[in-house]
Design a protein around this ligand. Structure first.
Ligand SMILES: [Zn+2]
Length: 341
């Protein structure tokens, strides 16, 4: 029996330090193993000491992957591009990508000009939500939020069965709800005291450093061995029962539960899917949030029905970028979630 020729897309997930890529078919199967390469940065002449990701060198890195995809049997439908910032989902213009130091970079057009293929650009959190909705744990879920806890904290939502971008496509920044603008820390968004500054990876490391400096955690002092305390060391200390580290992560679980619980009370969500570096480093945080969030839910229905689960795909933004490409090409049609207007 002949195997039918696959429909597939080439997907890239460009983060602040690494670019992941994969070739994925319409069933969500990787036709080639996921690969990861460092993002190339160039010095910025306009900004002494500043560095920005080099769009030209990124295109050079993408070229062999495109050539490989072109050489595969089947139908190659285009390039999905997930970026760690605000991206125009039509033009692919990178409006603001702080980790790459990009502002209004016409990256989508550059990819089109270089390779002459259709593209599907979008912010990583939008892609991740879409990937989980098409092939992952959120399949057929009509009211859900994707959340990433890593260097930052934020996400994207599917409301009433549709990706929800809001007025400008920037919805889902629940990490930038303000918790304490008086006593809080400065945030990457330019304001002060956002939830992100209390719960994301850098906040966990900072709290661990403070515990070490103030003599509250001899174990963290020992583990750090004269180096700065990292998020990973706080996880390690907590697993060993260090009281200061236990307190730090209890607070993180409580604050995320307050933040996401508020979101559920406002939107009546059925599911929250969590991923990101902090979750990868401490997966049981997901179950802890799943339990703790119930203290902050208003209705018995939400307490009964809400699921808080870990992402189910190997790299949700990457899979989402492939799904987006195949949806735009008309290959994936009958899936439960609609695209935003
Ligand atoms: Zn903020």
């Amino acid at each position: 029996m002949e195997t039918p020729m696959p429909d597939f897309a080439l997907a890239f997930d460009i983060g602040g330090s690494k670019m992941a890529s994969a070739i994925i078919d319409a069933e969500g199967k990787a036709l080639r193993a996921l690969q990861s390469q460092p993002v190339p940065f160039d010095p910025q002449p306009s900004e002494p000491g500043g560095r920005a990701a080099s769009a030209e060198r990124l295109l050079d890195l993408m070229a062999p992957h495109v050539a490989q995809a072109r050489s595969l049997p089947g139908a190659f439908h285009g390039i999905g591009i997930s970026l760690c910032g605000n991206v125009d989902t039509q033009s692919g213009e990178a409006v603001l990508v702080p980790n790459l130091h990009w502002r209004y970079v016409p990256f989508g057009q550059m990819v089109r000009d270089r390779f002459g293929l259709p593209i599907a650009p979008g912010t990583d959190v939008r892609m991740a939500a879409l990937g989980e909705a098409v092939w992952g744990v959120a399949k057929n879920v009509r009211h859900m939020a994707w959340g990433t806890i890593g260097t930052g904290y934020g996400g994207y939502m599917i409301l009433d069965g549709k990706l929800y971008g809001g007025a400008h496509g920037f919805a889902g920044n629940f990490g930038h709800m303000t918790l304490d603008e008086v006593n809080g820390y400065p945030c990457g968004c330019g304001r002060r005291g956002c939830f992100e500054t209390f719960v994301a990876g850098p906040a966990i490391a900072r709290a661990g450093q403070a515990a070490a400096d103030q003599g509250r955690s001899p174990l963290l002092v020992e583990l750090a061995a004269g180096q700065p305390v990292t998020t990973r060391l706080v996880f390690q200390a907590e697993s060993a029962g260090d009281p200061a580290a236990v307190e730090i992560l209890d607070k993180v679980v409580r604050l995320i539960s307050i933040n996401l619980g508020g979101l559920v009370n406002m939107l009546d969500l059925e599911m929250i899917v969590l991923g990101g570096g902090v979750v990868d480093g401490k997966p049981e945080l997901v179950q802890r949030i799943h339990r703790r969030i119930r203290d902050f839910l208003m209705t018995a229905e939400a307490q009964r029905d809400l699921q808080v689960v870990r992402e189910s795909l190997p790299n949700s933004p990457l899979w989402g970028a492939a799904a987006d490409t195949l949806i735009r090409a008309g290959v994936i049609k009958n899936f439960a979630v609609g695209m935003e207007e």
